[in-house]
Design a protein around this ligand. Structure first.
Ligand code: UDP
Length: 380
C-alpha cells in the first residue's frame, strides 16, 4: 500500500541485444517514457559495458547481464554461437535482476533479437511488449511468411512476384534475405520463426517507424497482430528539438575530424558513405566505390571500418593508397547523426540498415541504396 504523499511509481524494464542499432532506439524510447514520469531501466549483455558506454540517457538506468561468454570472446566472428549462448544464460541472469529490483516492473520491453525475454516476463507475470526495430513492412512480411498466410518463393519457384496487402508487388530481390529459399541456415531465421509463430506472449507490438511512412501496411496488421509505430526513434537533434542531447551510445569512438572537415566543404557537395556497424565491404567493392568516387569528382566522407586481421587492415586503408586523400576523408567511425545534419552533405551511399535510413529520412538527405542482406533489400 502506498504511504500518504508517496507517488505511485511505474517501473519499466527494457532489454536489448548489445548492438548499437538495437540499444539506441531502445534508449530513445526510454527517454520518452522517462519524460512521462516512468522509471526506466535498460538491460543489455555485459560486453557492451566493456565496449565503453560513452554516453547514457539521463534518467535511464543501465543494467548488464551475462551471455555466458567471457568478455574477450570475439562475438562478431561467431554470432550464431553468441545468440545460442545468450538464449541459454541470459534468462537466468535477467530473472535474478528482476527479482532483486526494488519494485515490481509493470512492463518489460524486449526486441526481436532477445525474444526469450518474453518467457522470462511470463515467469514473473509481467506483461511484455516488443519494440520491432525494423520497418513495420518487415513485421508484416515476416508475420505472413512464418504463419503461411501468403505465397512466397520456394526452391521449386525461386523467382516470383509476391502480392501482399498494403504493399506494392515485391519481386524476389525486394524480399528480406532470411525468407528466401537460398538463405543459409543460421540462428536468425530460427529466431524469427519462433517469434512470429508464437506472438501470444507479447501484449503489445511497437514499431520504430511512423504512421505516415507505412500507413497501408500498418493498417493491414490491425486485425492480425497490431503494431503501433512509436518512431522515428532518432536523436532529438535530428527532429529539430531544442534539447539536443543525443540519447544514444557509440560502441566505437567516432573521429573528431569529421565535422571540422565538413565545415570546410561547399553546401550540398559531399557524398557520405557508410555500411553500418556490422557489414564490411569486400576489397573489390571498396575498389569499385573508390573508382566511382574518383570519377564523380565530389568530395566524400567514407567510413571504412578496420578489421581484426592484419591483411584486411591494410585493405581497410586501401582507398587512400589510390591517391584519393585530397578529395575526401576516410574515417573508421563517424558521428553519423551529426554528419547527416550537416549542410555540406549532398547524399548518403548506404547499406540501408533501418537506423541509417530513419536518420537519413529525418535529416532529409537523399539516399543511394546499396542493400546487401536481411531487411536491407526491402528497406531500399
Ligand atoms: N553509425 C555511426 N557511425 C558510423 C556508422 C554508423 O554512428 O560511422 C551509426 C548510425 O548512425 C546508425 C547505426 O550506427 O544509428 C547503424 O545502424 P544501421 O541500422 O544503419 O545498421 P547496422 O549497424 O544495424 O547494420
Amino acid at each position: 500500500m502506498a504511504l500518504e504523499g508517496e507517488k505511485k511509481e511505474t517501473h519499466v524494464l527494457m532489454v536489448a541485444f548489445s548492438a548499437q542499432g538495437h540499444i539506441n532506439p531502445m534508449l530513445r524510447l526510454g527517454k520518452r517514457l522517462v519524460s512521462k514520469g516512468l522509471q526506466v531501466a535498460l538491460a543489455t549483455n555485459e560486453v557492451a559495458q566493456s565496449n565503453s558506454f560513452t554516453r547514457t540517457v539521463t534518467g535511464v538506468h543501465l543494467e548488464f547481464f551475462s551471455d555466458g561468454l567471457s568478455l574477450d570472446y570475439n562475438r562478431e566472428a561467431n554470432l550464431d554461437y553468441d545468440m545460442e549462448s545468450i538464449g541459454k544464460f541470459g534468462p537466468i541472469d535477467l530473472s535474478a535482476l528482476i527479482q532483486r529490483h526494488c519494485k515490481k516492473f509493470s512492463c518489460i520491453i524486449n526486441n526481436p533479437f532477445v525474444s526469450w525475454v518474453s518467457d522470462v516476463a511470463a515467469k514473473h507475470e509481467i506483461p511484455c511488449a516488443m519494440l520491432w526495430i525494423q520497418p513495420c513492412t518487415l513485421y508484416a512480411i515476416y508475420y505472413r511468411f512464418y504463419n503461411c498466410l501468403n505465397s512466397f518463393p520456394t526452391s521449386e519457384n525461386p523467382q516470383m512476384n509476391v502480392e501482399l496487402p498494403g504493399l506494392p508487388s515485391l519481386c524476389t530481390e525486394d524480399l528480406p534475405s532470411f525468407i528466401l529459399p537460398s538463405s543459409s541456415v543460421s540462428s536468425f531465421p530460427k529466431m524469427l520463426y519462433e517469434l512470429f509463430q508464437d506472438m501470444k506472449k507479447l501484449k503489445w507490438g511497437l514499431g520504430n517507424s511512423f504512421q505516415e511512412l507505412e500507413t497501408d501496411v500498418i493498417e493491414t496488421m490491425d486485425e492480425i497482430h497490431p503494431i503501433w509505430p512509436v518512431g522515428p526513434l532518432v536523436p532529438s537533434s535530428l527532429l529539430g528539438k531544442e534539447d539536443a542531447t543525443d540519447e544514444g551510445i557509440d560502441l566505437f569512438k567516432s573521429e573528431d575530424t569529421c565535422i571540422e572537415w565538413l565545415n570546410h566543404q561547399k553546401p550540398s557537395s559531399v557524398i557520405y558513405i557508410s555500411f553500418g556497424s556490422l557489414l564490411m565491404e569486400s576489397p573489390k567493392e571498396k575498389e569499385s566505390i573508390a573508382t566511382a568516387l574518383t570519377r564523380s569528382g565530389h568530395p566524400f566522407l567514407w567510413v571504412v571500418k578496420p578489421s581484426d586481421s592484419k591483411s584486411e587492415e591494410s585493405e581497410g586503408t586501401m582507398p587512400l593508397k589510390n591517391g584519393m586523400g585530397d578529395q575526401g576523408l576516410i574515417v573508421k567511425w563517424s558521428p553519423q547523426t551529426q554528419v547527416l545534419a550537416h549542410p555540406s552533405l549532398a547524399c548518403f551511399l548506404s547499406n540501408c540498415g533501418w537506423n541509417s535510413l530513419s536518420e537519413s529520412i529525418t535529416a532529409g538527405v537523399p539516399i543511394i541504396a546499396y542493400p546487401q542482406r536481411t531487411d536491407q533489400p526491402t528497406n531500399a
